[in-house]
Design a protein around this ligand. Structure first.
Ligand SMILES: CC1=C(CCC(=O)O)c2cc3nc(cc4[nH]c(cc5[nH]c(cc1n2)c(C)c5CCC(=O)O)c(CCC(=O)O)c4C)C(CCC(=O)O)=C3C
Ligand SMILES: [Fe+2]
Length: 375
């Protein structure tokens, strides 16, 4: 029997994710949930709806989260971590508020949240914290006693997140035709966000232009590229690029776009590209459509050999990383000294988002941070 791990004071883990449609009838109401009050052009919404319909109206994200739940439960059982795991989403069933209500009714009082976003930014951090505040407000209005909620730190530089992606890039390089393999470039790709949101992602004083969002992605890209060089003996040039831009055209978003990048690399004589979607914890629609469909078509048109490397998904090393993050945070909450594991030079991210971290355009209550109105 393994030693019993101590998760106290926490009594449950909540996997908090984006949610996605599970059939054609879900697509429009899902997109209405996502875009409520966010000012996304109608044309863009029609286009994104088309992406979902191409795949039968089913986003891969829910099955990915079900697989992650299984992997977490299996890992916790194997390692003596007795912590129930629940799942709730921002935009689709199971909805966060419903899950939180069930958790409170089941007697959970100290809940730790794992968000399926590894990096700092409004979309990947504070927006989830706003969702938690909204859910708490709803439960309060129902007369329920509110639990205390904390959120796990950003895990972009945890080895259990980075190592599966190193394997993925090495595998994708090996799949390229031999005559273009050694000359291949790596395009590390992530969700584009408005440059204004990037600049204010994370504590403002800590980063330059592009904020924590760009700095953290550059760190992961470098960690992977260095490890790939060590594993293959080949120095593959790389760049951080972006995908899935939305919003109005006159608002600047992070660039270059992956498709423009493929064009530019091809024109520069680069013989092949591996696209590594480091910004996505698992296979989202952005991976299936924007990379596997759209960028692949662009590459085919150019005659440029490309491979898309695997996302982390339910890799057992990621499940183990989540267990380590929980044990680490629980010990810190109990006032113990802990080693906080992180690769590279940025160090382990903050446990508690500081005041003003990744601000929204219009300030709204956000839970699980230093500026939370809840205990
Ligand atoms: C940084 C980031 C992440 C990563 C962090 C995280 O994981 O949270 C992420 C994840 C996701 N984004 C997703 C889907 C969508 N995102 C949209 C819109 C937007 N995303 C943004 C940013 C991000 N998004 C932004 C700045 C917008 C503009 C509007 C706004 O400011 O809110 C829209 C509206 C249409 C469009 O404009 O594309 C959709 C449908 C799905 C589900 C995919 C699936 O079904 O598999 C997932 C996991
Ligand atoms: Fe934050």
């Amino acid at each position: 029997m393994p030693d019993v791990l101590d998760a106290s004071p926490y009594d449950a883990l909540l996997l908090l994710s984006f949610g996605g449609p599970e059939g054609p009838d879900d697509v429009v109401p899902f997109l209405e949930n996502v875009t409520r009050g966010r000012g996304i052009p109608k044309e863009r919404l029609k286009e994104v709806g088309r992406h979902y319909f191409l795949f039968g109206g089913v986003s891969p994200i829910n099955d990915q989260n079900r697989a992650l739940l299984d992997a977490l439960r299996e890992d916790f059982a194997e390692h003596g971590l007795d912590l129930p795991v629940h799942w709730g989403n921002r935009n689709w069933a199971p909805y966060l508020t419903d899950t939180l209500r069930e958790m409170v009714r089941a007697g959970h009082r100290r809940i730790l949240v794992l968000a399926t976003s590894a990096y700092a930014s409004y979309s990947g951090c504070r927006q989830y914290r706003e969702n938690l505040a909204d859910a708490l407000a709803a439960l309060e209005a129902e007369g329920l006693e509110l639990p205390r909620i904390d959120k796990l730190r950003h895990y972009f530089n945890h080895p259990g997140f980075v190592e599966p992606m190193i394997d993925g890039v090495v595998r994708s390089l090996a799949e390229l035709p031999e005559d273009v393999r050694d000359g291949a470039h790596i395009a590390f790709t992530t969700h584009s966000i408005p440059t204004s949101a990037a600049d204010t992602s994370g504590p403002v004083e800590d980063h330059g232009d592009g904020g924590a969002y760009v700095a953290q992605h550059l760190e992961v890209a470098k960690l992977i590229a260095d490890a790939v060089r060590e594993r293959t003996g080949v120095d593959h040039p790389w760049q951080l690029v972006y995908q899935s831009r939305s919003g109005a055209p006159h608002i600047p978003w992070l660039e270059p776009d992956i498709c423009d990048h493929l064009e530019e690399r091809h024109a520069a004589g680069v013989p092949a590209v591996v696209m590594a979607p480091i910004g996505f914890v698992s296979d989202h629609m952005e991976v299936l459509y924007d990379l596997d469909t759209e960028a692949e078509a662009k590459a085919a048109e150019l005659g440029l050999p490309v491979r898309r490397s695997a996302t982390v998904g339910a890799d057992p090393r990621f499940a183990a990383a989540v267990r380590e993050l929980i044990v680490e945070r629980a010990a810190a909450e109990r006032g113990q000294d802990v080693t906080r594991c992180a690769l590279g030079t940025l160090g382990a991210s903050h446990n508690l988002c500081p005041v003003g971290c990744c601000p929204a355009r219009a300030p709204r209550p956000a839970a699980a941070g230093a500026d939370s109105p809840y205990a």
